[in-house]
Design a protein around this ligand. Structure first.
Ligand SMILES: CC(C)(COP(=O)(O)OP(=O)(O)OC[C@H]1O[C@@H](n2cnc3c(N)ncnc32)[C@H](O)[C@@H]1OP(=O)(O)O)[C@@H](O)C(=O)NCCC(=O)NCCS
Length: 146
């Protein structure tokens, strides 16, 4: 991370981290679906610790769950201090990406084959986040319509 990524106190902007999370999530979704994708939502962006100028930042993305045309991608962000090799987990993000056909309409994505225990846990947790998101949407709609 360079000076342009940070504020005057030397902390990397949250928006810079979010932009890079969005980019890697998009790439993971494209690699899974082999289709164009758009970001439909960022469901969570957690800032656990600040990232400082001159740290080396690694973004690791995985497709956690797949529905009909959408996918949840989880992104883990780690910051490394290159002088002593200390690595800190600084952020976690969950984004929903939607695959589009040639006409720009949502289109089906291939299923996800969760194999390892970790992959199965990520898929379960993604299902919980989606259930909560839809339940919240329904509750707000009910509230607005009286
Ligand atoms: C995302 C988008 C394609 C969805 O279009 P839509 O007309 O609502 O399409 P649908 O109702 O058929 O929904 C398609 C999928 O998107 C999901 N979706 C739509 N809005 C969502 C939201 N806010 N959060 C999470 N998922 C969402 C739906 O659940 C559905 O998933 P599923 O097929 O796996 O069940 C459309 O809203 C869009 O183009 N948004 C702008 C995207 C953008 O500009 N992103 C930034 C630049 S990449």
């Amino acid at each position: 991370m360079g000076l342009m990524d940070a504020n005057s106190a030397g902390y990397v902007h949250g928006g810079t981290v979010m932009l890079l999370c969005d980019e890697v999530a998009g790439l993971a979704a494209i690699k899974h679906s082999r289709l164009r994708v758009v970001t439909a939502g960022m469901d969570r962006m957690t800032f656990l610790e600040p990232i400082h100028v001159a740290e080396l930042v690694t973004f690791t993305a995985s497709v956690n769950a797949v529905w009909r045309t959408s996918m949840e991608v989880g992104v883990r962000v780690d910051a490394e201090q290159p002088r002593d090799g200390t690595v800190r987990h600084t952020n976690t993000a969950y984004l929903t990406m939607v695959a589009l056909d040639e006409d720009g309409r949502p289109t089906e994505v291939p299923p996800l084959l969760a194999g390892s225990d970790d992959e199965k846990r990520r898929e379960r947790e993604a299902q919980t986040r989606r259930r909560n998101r839809l339940a919240e949407r329904d509750e707000l709609q009910r509230d607005r319509s009286g």
